[in-house]
Design a protein. Structure first.
Ligand SMILES: [Zn+2]
Ligand SMILES: [Zn+2]
Length: 185
């Protein structure tokens, strides 16, 4: 009986995590829809102005800046971009803390320490078998060149479900969207 309770809890925990993961996918996708007044696009643009790969030497083992532990990611817009993706976890923590707190801890550790250089923007993660399931390294870096692909965060699942996955491509410049987003070269 007790084992069943644990299994039901873990299934529900995983389900809620996937729901949050889908929300972060949808918000990211919406942030790339070009229309006047899309404030999410304006916020998310800051993420696309960072030259991650250029900064990424030392095999991706770049220590996070101390402010990232306080969920501050360099500028207001970059921080807001993360806060928006994490926002639904706040009511979940209040109303269902048994689920909200463990998911928040996981996301907090991921965002504040390993996301930026070690996983998401590490060009040395090239194994297609790995990036079939995890939105890391080359998989996410492809998104920095093909803005209509690879929106997923942590797992590639929602890109696969919504048919926006581009796992086979190598990152390379697409000039048009690059200009629309005002990316520096
Ligand atoms: Zn993006
Ligand atoms: Zn990125």
């Amino acid at each position: 009986m007790r084992r069943l309770v644990v299994i039901v809890y873990l299934v529900e925990l995983f389900f809620l995590f996937l729901m949050w993961n889908m929300y972060s996918y949808l918000i990211h996708r919406f942030s790339h829809i070009h229309f006047k007044g899309n404030i999410l696009m304006w916020i998310h643009m800051a993420h696309h102005q960072v030259e991650y790969v250029k900064d990424n030497d030392n095999n991706g083992f770049v220590l996070p800046h101390w402010s990232q532990y306080l969920f501050w990611f360099g500028t207001f817009r970059e921080s807001l971009d993360v806060w928006i993706s994490v926002a639904p976890l706040v009511p979940l923590m209040i109303f269902k803390p048994e689920f909200g707190i463990p998911i928040f801890i996981l996301v907090y550790i991921y965002e504040s320490t390993i996301s930026e250089h070690l996983l998401d923007h590490n060009p040395r993660i090239t194994d297609k078998k790995l990036t079939k399931f995890f939105a890391w390294g080359q998989y996410h870096l492809v998104h920095h060149h093909f803005y209509k692909k690879n929106y997923a965060f942590i797992f590639t699942l929602w890109d696969s479900v919504f048919n926006t996955s581009k796992n086979k491509a190598q990152p390379g410049p697409i000039v048009k969207e690059r200009l629309v987003f005002g990316i520096r070269n």
